[in-house]
Design a protein around this ligand. Sequence first.
Ligand code: S3P
Length: 174
Amino acid sequence: MKNVVLIGFMGTGKSVIGRRLANALGFRFVDTDRLVEKQAGKTIAKIFAEEGEARFREWEADVAKQISGCHACVIATGGGMVTRPENLGRLAGIRVALTARPDVILRRTQAHPGQRPLLRSANPLADIARLLAERAPFYRHADLTVDTSDVSIDAAVRHIQAKVIEIEGQAHSG
Ligand code: S3P
């Protein structure tokens, strides 16, 4: 069974949906942000504050290398993982892009204040819009794109699970 690789912006539901999807599929769940934190021995907010974004991207690239041998894993990537194409090259599998409207992303990310160093400015909505525009080309390349703005977590998981099984079936019959 292939991996399922979840990509997409902050606040689109990659971690929460990924964990449940892994359970539903009987796959292992891997969250690249949590692996970075484990290896760095500090939170992402602290890495950004003490070492800067460039160093965070190196931790992230290291983690992508380390998990490149995963099989039957659901991998939730950090929102910026896709900006280095070599990272995605290492994370083979069915690629599922999660999206959400900027207002929904703002609401979800503000619910956990201090956890998203890239959205700490006086105008996070403007930052969301700018980053979404910059990253649109990277998030576009996916086997499946799911807008999570107005659906429950359960509904998103069920939808993705059915599609993954369908895509996997096509791969084997073709
Ligand atoms: C980032 C997204 C975050 C985390 C870091 C940087 C980004 O992950 O990796 O704060 O560049 O979009 P989530 O997408 O899981 O919030």
